[in-house]
Ligand binder design. Structure first.
Ligand SMILES: C[S@@+](CC[C@H](N)C(=O)[O-])C[C@H]1O[C@@H](n2cnc3c(N)ncnc32)[C@H](O)[C@@H]1O
Length: 248
């Protein structure tokens, strides 16, 4: 079980002024609007269509070209997100299996891996890419997971939360299926310029880091540590939100 002794940063809201505020407003304007315009069900159907279609077929290549595959690999290789001891691992929104591939490489050999995704096509692509007998693949919406309470001691959720108009039902559901002390690696798009561009490309939303941290805390998911892909990403505050959460 993970120790939660590290002091957490204050989650107080900072008031933005001048150029910071203008930048935020600009990013908000740049963000794709679809997620705010339609109902959750309608939006979810559109997300499924996007990932079932040619854009989804390009996902693995996009992750490779943007450097995300290699950067994600660093997190696991360097043990920034600890997998040792995890017996039941859930990869949410596994897409083309980008994170699942690292899990298969770095998790304990006896660990059971479950990959869920909204898109059947993405699950098929992940299965074909991974060519591995260990993971089980399930089609499910992260806001309604077909698992009992406290089923998993480790969850990875990479770039999925931005496909929910409201993070709360998704995070609450992940919290429900986590055992006490279980840990989660959460990666998502941040409300900055590069996040807004990603939002345009994938018709998703972005999150404010502090607001998301506060919500996690409310749901009993302790915002344990913020990770950065590299020192340069930390200095430039680039690469989006990458956090380790621990279920209380
Ligand atoms: C950008 S890909 C992420 C792939 C991989 N996890 C990674 O880190 O690169 C987002 C994936 O989340 C899936 N997805 C979107 N909304 C979802 C939902 N509500 N429940 C489950 N999966 C969802 C999409 O079908 C897609 O495969």
């Amino acid at each position: 079980m993970l120790k939660t002794t590290k002091p957490r940063r204050s989650l107080r809201r900072k008031r933005l002024t001048g150029p910071h505020r203008r930048r935020k407003v600009f990013n908000r304007l740049l963000e794709h609007r679809l997620i705010k315009r339609v109902s959750f069900e309608e939006y979810r159907d559109k997300v499924r269509d996007v990932y079932d279609g040619p854009q989804g077929a390009m996902l693995a290549t996009c992750s490779m070209l943007s450097g995300h595959t290699a950067l994600g690999h660093r997190l696991f290789k360097k043990g920034k997100f600890e997998l040792r001891g995890a017996r039941q691992i859930l990869d949410v929104g596994s897409g083309a299996g980008q994170i699942a591939r690292h899990l298969l490489k770095y998790a304990d050999p006896g660990a059971k891996l479950t990959c869920v995704d909204l898109s059947h096509e993405m699950l098929r692509r992940a299965r074909n890419r991974l060519k591995h007998a260990r993971p089980r693949f399930l089609a499910a919406d992260m806001t309604r997971l077909p698992f009992a309470d406290a089923s998993f001691d480790c969850i990875t959720c990479g770039y999925v939360l931005e496909h929910l108009p409201d993070a709360k039902p998704g995070l609450a559901e992940l919290s429900r299926v986590m055992k006490p002390g279980a840990r989660m690696l959460l990666l998502t798009t941040e409300d900055n310029f590069s996040g807004a561009m990603t939002s345009r490309m994938w018709r998703c939303r972005t999150y404010n880091r502090r607001e998301l941290a506060r919500l996690c805390d409310e749901l009993g998911l302790v915002w344990h540590e913020e990770l950065w892909f590299s020192r340069m990403h930390k200095v430039l505050r680039a690469g989006g939100i990458c956090a380790v959460l621990v279920k209380q």
